[in-house]
Design a protein around this ligand. Structure first.
Ligand SMILES: Nc1nc2c(ncn2[C@@H]2O[C@H](COP(=O)(O)OP(=O)(O)OP(=O)(O)O)[C@@H](O)[C@H]2O)c(=O)[nH]1
Ligand SMILES: [Mg+2]
Length: 185
């Protein structure tokens, strides 16, 4: 018998590391829809539709769906969030200007589907970055819902995913109300 599949969404601003995170975690070749870009704020490539990867967690197959970060593809967020049981939101720790857009994306998704979510602060391996604690303060998030990571590092990525599974196991239905309580700066 096939193991049950669960769907986890990975979202965040362009260049946050979503495709990288899925590539790092997936034990099957990922499907990505990246195209080359010369937009220096993003990366060498940007996702135009979705990313898809899989891994096993406990007895379940986890389907990781990555969203495009660019606002012009935001119609994909609603399509991709259907049926998800949790959200990994990512934001680059060296891009403080992405914090507000990241919050908007989380609000958008959790208002469509009130799923548990955790936040990963990527690029912890580069020099000047905001720490998870600092970003946690901005979002009003407790330490057990946020982690710093290098999205290319499997141990880091698994640690963040484990935080999400803890929230899911706790039956968290938390969402936008928690965010909106977190100071609307
Ligand atoms: N050093 C470092 N580089 C990272 C990290 N995460 C992602 N990158 C790099 O940052 C660039 C952008 O990463 P992507 O995974 O494509 O970002 P994305 O969130 O999928 O971006 P969009 O598809 O445009 O929304 C790539 O060159 C990655 O290798 C990280 O934690 N550390
Ligand atoms: Mg991408």
């Amino acid at each position: 018998m096939n193991s049950p599949a669960i769907k986890v969404l990975v979202a965040g601003p362009a260049g946050a590391g979503k495709t990288t995170f899925i590539r790092t975690l997936s034990t099957t070749p990922i499907i990505d829809t990246d195209v080359l870009t010369d937009d220096s704020t993003v990366g060498p490539s940007t996702t135009v539709a979705l990313d898809f990867g899989t891994l096993m967690h406990a007895e379940a197959t986890v389907h990781l769906f990555g969203t495009p970060g660019q606002q012009r593809f935001d119609f994909m967020w609603d399509i991709l969030c259907a049926g998800s049981i949790g959200l990994v939101a990512l934001v680059a720790g060296d891009r403080p200007s992405d914090l507000v857009p990241a919050r908007r994306i989380i609000e958008h998704i959790t208002s469509q589907i009130p799923i548990p979510w955790v936040l990963g602060v990527t690029r912890q391996d580069v020099g000047e970055v905001w720490t998870p604690d600092e970003v946690g303060m901005f979002f009003g998030l407790p330490a057990d819902r946020i982690a710093g990571l290098d999205a290319r590092d499997r141990t880091d990525a698994l640690r963040l995913l484990a935080l999400l599974f803890e929230r899911i196991a706790m039956g968290d239905g938390l969402g936008e109300e928690q965010l909106s309580a977190a100071g609307d700066s």
